[in-house]
Design a binder for this molecule. Sequence first.
Ligand SMILES: CN(C)c1ccc(C(=O)NN)cc1
Length: 329
Amino acid sequence: VTGSGVASPQQYDVEYLTPISVGTPPLVLNLNLDTGSSDLWVFSSELPPSEINGQTVYDPTKSTSAKKLEGATWEIEYGDGSSSEGDVYIDSVAIGDLTVTAQAVQAAKNVSAEFTADTHDDGLLGLAFNTINTVQPTRQKTFYDNAQSILDAPVFTADLKDDAPGHYNFGYIDSSAYTGNISYLPVDSSQGFWMFTSPGYAISKGGYKITEMKGIADTGTTLLLLPTSVVLAYYKQVDGARYEGTQGGYIFACSATLPDFVFAVGNNARITVPGKYINYAPTDSSGTTCFGGIQKDIGIGFSIFGDVALKAAFVVFDGPNQQLGWAAK
Ligand SMILES: CN(C)c1ccc(C(=O)NN)cc1
């Protein structure tokens, strides 16, 4: 079995949403497929109306295949401080032609303001490792983990694009979706993430710098968060760039020319993030000042290769072999 879902960018590619069917009759929810977390949670009929603002809600009483997981609860907090919590149903979940009949669907009873404000996002579908699923007393498996045994190949791929629809594919590698070869790196899943180490980087035509960057491939994070030394070296190449505390990051004139950022995948493969992707978005409606797509990974303990980096690559997530594949496209 294989499955494919389109990944549609929201404004400024802040996140990508994929239509997923839940329950019987199938309810289509637009979910944020998130390789940086492991909970599948959805806006639900159990939320106070004040916390719903246009989202489609899952009502388990309307799904003939829903079964309450008695006594199970969950609560999650994300890196940006947003959060949600609720209870759990076992129901059918499908992405394209791939159906998992007994998937834990975490119904939200409360969500933080960031989620209420995100009017097109009906919830998240976690694709990291089961060990960081937050359901208690018994943690639940991710959609990918449940699907592995029926997939043609036990992998999924992320092909996110700059201001254009891409795809998440399950069970196969679409050889027409990338160029050259796929370079595989070992994954350290001990913290529950798709964590890998890049041995170095280059900035535009600058020299290659050997410096280990341990980071996670996180489709649920928008930006590319890197070690301070790398970030300083990058913005040194951008005339007028400066760190603006009130904005919480590096800003520059929207007319600035931004160099490409190249990171190494193993010793002889490279992924080039075009400078255009690093001119992330205007900081205000005047469009004079822009916010950088590369920012510091301060306080996290590792780097985060978010959408700004991932949309420059075709990425293979291989759980059984604990490896990440990277290809240009
Ligand atoms: C508020 N929203 C939509 C979020 C979605 C995803 C995340 C995240 O850190 N994923 N790895 C944070 C916040």
